[in-house]
Design a protein around this ligand. Structure first.
Ligand code: ATP
Ligand code: MG
Length: 678
């Protein structure tokens, strides 16, 4: 392999393959490149078998990007067997093989966030502890926090007599019991159970230590306790663990990340070698100066001197807009303008924002202008009712113990199974101490719910079993799903129940999109099982599909929309950092709870450093809240960017086009028309 594509420090990091290594460096300095080159080096130069290699990162998009970079360097065949994935997919892989040792069945389900919310609400309402201080959402949050810190319910219990704490431990305890009864795990369990498994079963721990001889972790600054512990289980203190990260980009403190993990690495791994990288290869000088100027305001940080050899590049545009619609319009106009000025693809643009709700205005405008886009990390699609209905059928086929799914679709579409029958079934299941599915498939149904209802249930069970078999065959999942939906006649049900035709059509389109999403997975990954598909959906490996975006050609060339949190590790030639206002960035929760804004500033730093060629900052004078306009204040972080790096433009005075640009616009317009006529 060609090591001359790396600078001396990067090369040293790539060649330091034995023993622990810490690579601590600023944004865009080639940390991820070191990881991918290291994998290539291990495979090609040291002939390490691929299955000894494990590289983990945080988001699906980042892990896919890493896989692609490695594939491009060594070819798909050479890296087959190496695991390059997120922490959660790694956990899933281990649990899928060994979860039986923890008393779960192999075909366990992942409990979706929406179902989790509903169940916790139900448990809070049913609890005898009337803690008034905690809302169900807070309890959900605290359970998640406990799991990320590896605190099981029994360890929380002993601590206090405070009614809120008692409510929390009670709900947490019962929530875990419910999950176990449903043979399900939630997102946070994936890590907690993997740690438990490898802690309690040292033979498994040793097995994985033997298997993963070379471990690499990207974005190490964002590891939480569970992830950190998992790494320690997979690797002893002298092991070949290479971690890379940047303390200035630690943005998951609110979710339990412990930035100390990276700062204390040398304590945990005394034999560790430390390498620093200081040259930035991503951004123009102007962008880098702005980023350095902002992050300098954080007090606790390891000082770094990032520099770049490329020129300063254009100034950073700062666009003041009237309101959110104007902001969306301004950005979209700018995209059109840039595409006319120079040959750039839609995928050269990213629009980044602090909160997911901000994406709506951009989506509308992009759709209106017929610009292809992908929304990364938007959960909304798979959380829609009609989509969850379809998924519930698939989940139940995959795991008959998934009672949330079962209850969701038992009478959907309507098949004459009334509320009171459902109650009787649930009661029978509790009295007999057996899963609901066994009540449905056991004897005595007509006596329990009446002849007619028992027949309807019989048909429902038969349908599930028939499709269970079909999904088990090695045929296209997508074809089987199509057949299932046809038989269910969901579309007719939706149209029949709807008062608004347009909305019904939209719902049907969303159902069709589930088929498209499944087809896309099959196309990308070859033969996958139903469990694989459901796992990918539940682990959030999903880019929001969009109805008019069916041609894969378009999919590859699309403007990217995502939150600042999901943008970590990625880069784009032209970046819009939208909504730079107080209450967005820094986020209002940080301001109102008087928390340290340092993490928000790091988020801003992450956003700025995603840009390669050009950075455009936007904000608005006012935004609508509950139907009324509210004045907005520019983000305090804007003031931290030296004025000489900024070019402030108000949206009322659009920049004049030059004569040359006008001619080009006219030419493009006519050639476009000509294209249509041809
Ligand atoms: P982040 O902190 O944002 O995750 P990073 O440190 O992981 O950034 P990379 O994404 O690996 O940085 O690299 C940033 C860009 O610089 C990439 O486009 C990469 O290909 C390029 N790059 C890195 N090292 C070199 C090099 N030695 N020569 C040329 N380009 C390089
Ligand atoms: Mg990186």
């Amino acid at each position: 392999m060609n090591l001359s594509l790396l600078n001396p420090q990067q090369r040293a990091a790539v060649q330091h393959t034995e023993g622990p290594l810490l690579l601590l460096a600023g944004a865009g300095s080639g940390k991820t490149r070191v990881i991918t080159s290291r994998i290539a080096y291990l495979l090609q130069e040291l002939n390490v078998p691929a299955e000894h290699i494990l590289a983990v990162t945080f988001t699906n998009k980042a892990s896919r990007e890493m896989q692609e970079r490695v594939r491009a360097q060594v070819g798909a065949k050479a890296c087959k067997g190496a695991i390059i994935s997120t922490f959660h997919s790694l956990g899933m892989r281990i649990l899928r093989e060994h979860i039986e040792r923890l008393g779960y069945k192999k075909n366990f389900s992942i409990y979706a966030a929406g179902d989790q919310r509903a169940k916790i609400r139900e448990l809070v309402n049913a609890s005898a502890h009337g803690g008034k201080g905690f809302e169900p959402d807070q309890i959900q949050w605290k359970i998640s926090e406990a799991k990320n810190k590896l605190v099981p319910p029994e360890r929380l219990r002993t601590r206090s007599n405070n009614p809120n704490e008692l409510l929390l431990t009670d709900v947490y305890t019962r929530y875990q019991q419910v999950l176990r009864a449903y043979n399900a795990v939630d997102f946070d369990d994936i890590l907690m159970l993997t740690v438990q498994l490898l802690t309690e079963h040292t033979d498994l721990r040793d097995h994985y230590r033997q298997r993963f001889r070379y471990l690499m972790v990207d974005e190490y600054q964002d590891t939480n306790t569970a992830q950190y512990r998992l790494l320690q289980l997979l690797c002893d203190a002298g092991g070949n663990l290479c971690v890379v990260g940047d303390d200035d980009q630690s943005i998951y403190g609110w979710r339990g990340a412990e930035p100390e993990n990276i700062l204390d690495f040398e304590k945990d791994f005394p034999a560790a070698r430390l390498i620093k990288l200081e040259q930035n290869y991503r951004s123009s000088g102007t962008i880098l100066n702005a980023a350095n100027a902002v992050i300098k305001h954080n007090r606790q940080r390891k000082d770094k001197a990032l520099w770049t050899a490329v020129g300063s590049g254009p100034l950073i545009d700062y666009l003041r807009c009237e309101d959110d619609e104007d902001e969306a319009r301004t950005i979209v106009e700018r995209i059109h303008g840039e595409r006319f000025k120079r040959k750039c693809a839609y995928s050269d643009f990213a629009i980044l924002y602090r909160t997911n709700a901000q994406s709506r205005a951009f989506e509308e405008q992009l759709r209106y202008e017929n610009i292809p886009y992908v929304l990364i990390g938007g959960q909304q699609f798979f959380d829609r009712k009609e989509v969850r209905d379809v998924l519930a059928y698939l989940q139940l086929i995959d795991n008959t113990r998934n009672e949330v799914a079962l209850l969701r679709i038992l009478n959907y579409p309507k098949r004459g199974i009334g509320e009171s029958s459902v109650e009787k079934l649930i009661r029978a299941s509790a009295e007999r101490g057996c899963p609901l599915w066994e009540v449905l498939t056991g004897d005595g149904l007509p006596a329990l719910v009446g002849e007619r209802c028992a027949n309807a249930l019989g048909e429902f069970i038969a349908l599930q079993q028939r499709f269970g078999e079909r999904f088990g065959h090695k045929v296209s999942l997508t074809d089987t799903l199509r057949a299932l939906l046809k038989e269910l006649r969901l579309e007719e049900e939706i149209h029949g129940a709807a008062t608004d035709r347009a909305q019904a059509l939209k719902r049907c389109e969303n159902i069709a999109e589930v088929i498209n999403a499944m087809a896309a997975y099959e196309e990308r990954e070859g033969q996958i099982s139903l469990a694989d598909f459901l796992e990918k959906v539940s682990l959030g490996d999903r880019d929001e599909p969009r109805p008019s975006d069916k041609e894969s050609k378009l999919k590859q060339d699309a403007v990217v929309l995502m939150s600042l949190h999901s943008s970590k590790g990625l880069e784009f030639p032209i970046v819009f950092l939208a909504g730079l206002e107080e209450d967005f960035l820094p986020h209002k929760k940080t301001i109102s709870d008087d928390l340290d804004v340092d993490e928000e500033r790091r988020l801003c730093y992450v956003g700025i450093t995603r840009a390669q060629r050009q950075l455009i900052l936007t904000n608005t004078l006012r935004r609508k809240k509950y139907g009324k306009f509210e004045e907005r204040i520019p983000s305090r972080f804007l003031e931290e960017i030296p004025a000489e790096l900024l070019n402030e433009v108000s949206s009322e005075t659009p920049p004049e086009s030059t004569e040359e640009e006008k001619n080009k616009l006219a030419n493009d317009f006519f050639s476009g028309i000509q294209g249509l006529l041809d």
